[in-house]
Design a protein around this ligand. Structure first.
Ligand SMILES: Cc1cc2nc3c(=O)[nH]c(=O)nc-3n(C[C@H](O)[C@H](O)[C@H](O)COP(=O)(O)OP(=O)(O)OC[C@H]3O[C@@H](n4cnc5c(N)ncnc54)[C@H](O)[C@@H]3O)c2cc1C
Length: 401
């Protein structure tokens, strides 16, 4: 049986960032990343948008992992008017990227491997080994063969869909109403301005969420919708995706060349208070670390993974990997990211009460800077003031003040 200091289940952005951070803190530790995918990063379940500021955490992203440099975002009201947020003209002057995640995820894992971590794909972890209230390792299937591996700490960075974390006894399950369902096509023939990502609002195409066009260059784009889940077969993400393509037909050449169909879910709230137990820590999207308004989770996963790596390396240094020894992860993550994301969640709760007419009016009332601030959970008071001017929306202002 194999034994490691740390086993990381899931080598996506959170797991790979956690592994790299642990190795940077203490290169003598043995860190094993297991991932069920036969190829890291594949299949892609992502719009692949990432703000350039993420490089503060990853270091420079190699050109081969970037499809398109983006200046900012255009946000379209239900009536089609849009607000343009050119981030290169704002404080910091940095835009973003539409990535190639098939390359990006492998690069992130390779950065961890270069520091001394080990990665093994095609390894589905089916069970946590639970002994007397401690997580002591994992069981799974590697390339068709059963495996058992033990570790002082198991990190769960399995993304939104896996239920593995629940075996720890932590409340990793995200409330069904706080998960958006998504469908996305990688298409050719996009005519949308390739210097921006395009986000379209409206109850007719994306209730609670939004529809998007993320250009990858040369008319290729990720085109999708994320919506509130519904048992009504006429309200699936796929139905809304088709409505979106029809409503915004002017953005496409009409040939419907679809090269890849992707789907998935994104948590949009239900941020976990407690993310550790004896010998176990959950981070990244598995802990719902996603921006609740735009569903961006790559940068959140990277930050969450790095913070987790700091805590795990520290706990191993003190030889205390009990719940107590790992517990600093909770206040640390909440201080660095959680409180911001909770503010963003409050904004989402307010936005989802808006009618299409309210959203149309809002586009007139907001500046591009407001949009960026809101997506970061800042300046909620600005929105509250706008709401206070409209008697029908006054009650929502209270949520923000
Ligand atoms: C349609 C869609 C569009 C999106 N668009 C964007 C976007 O444009 N920008 C953005 O920032 N975010 C976007 N997101 C969210 C983003 O993709 C995730 O938040 C991000 O990938 C989370 O990183 P992670 O490392 O936590 O989890 P993941 O990237 O999901 O990685 C988890 C890894 O764990 C592995 N795994 C799972 N279970 C097991 C198991 N039992 N055993 C072994 N391995 C396991 C998986 O194979 C996977 O490799 C989108 C999501 C969806 C669904």
């Amino acid at each position: 049986m194999d034994e490691f200091d740390v086993i990381i289940v899931g080598a996506g952005p959170a797991g790979a960032s956690c592994a790299r951070q642990i190795m940077e803190k203490n290169p003598s530790l043995s860190v094993m990343m297991f991932d069920r995918r036969e190829e890291l990063g594949v299949p892609v379940r992502c719009g692949e948008g990432l703000e350039q500021a993420a490089e503060d955490y990853t270091g420079p992203i190699p050109k081969r992992a970037i499809c398109k440099y983006i200046k900012g975002a255009r946000v379209y009201a239900p009536d089609g008017r849009f607000l343009e947020a050119d981030m290169t003209k704002m404080a910091g002057g940095r835009g973003g990227y539409v990535l190639d995640r098939k390359v990006f995820d492998k690069w992130l894992a390779f950065e961890a491997v270069k520091k001394g971590a080990t990665v093994q794909c095609d390894t589905l972890i089916t069970d946590l080994i639970v002994e007397n209230g401690w997580i002591r390792g994992v069981r799974g299937i590697n390339m068709g063969k059963e495996i058992v591996a033990r570790a002082k700490v198991v990190v769960c960075s399995t993304g939104a869909e896996s239920r593995l974390g629940m075996q720890s006894g932590l409340k990793t399950f995200c409330k069904a109403q706080l998960v958006d369902t998504c469908v996305e096509y990688e298409m050719t023939g996009s005519l949308a301005d390739e210097e921006f990502i395009h986000l379209m609002l409206g109850s007719d195409i994306a209730p609670r969420g939004y529809a998007w066009i993320f250009p990858k260059g040369d008319g290729i784009a990720n085109v999708g919708v994320g919506v509130i889940p519904s048992p009504d077969p006429m309200k699936t993400a796929l139905i809304y995706q088709e409505k979106f393509l029809k409503k915004y037909a002017q953005f496409f050449d009409g040939k419907r060349n679809i090269m890849e169909i992707k789907g998935g879910i994104v948590p949009v709230g239900d941020l976990m208070k407690d993310m550790v137990t004896n010998g176990f820590l959950v981070c990244g999207e598995a802990a719902h670390h996603v921006n609740p308004i735009h569903g961006g989770g790559i940068k959140e996963a990277i930050v969450s993974g790095q913070l987790a790596g700091d805590v795990v390396a520290g706990a191993l240094g003190k030889n205390d990997f009990s719940k107590q020894g790992l517990s600093s992860f909770n206040p640390l993550w909440w201080e660095v990211r959680g409180n911001h994301l909770r503010n963003v969640e409050k904004l989402r709760e307010v936005f989802e009460k808006f009618s299409d007419k309210d959203l149309n009016d809002l586009v007139d009332a907001l500046t591009p800077e407001d949009l960026i601030d809101f997506s970061r959970g800042q300046k909620l008071g600005t929105l509250a003031k706008i709401l206070l001017r409209k008697p029908s929306l006054m009650f929502l202002a209270k949520k923000l003040l």
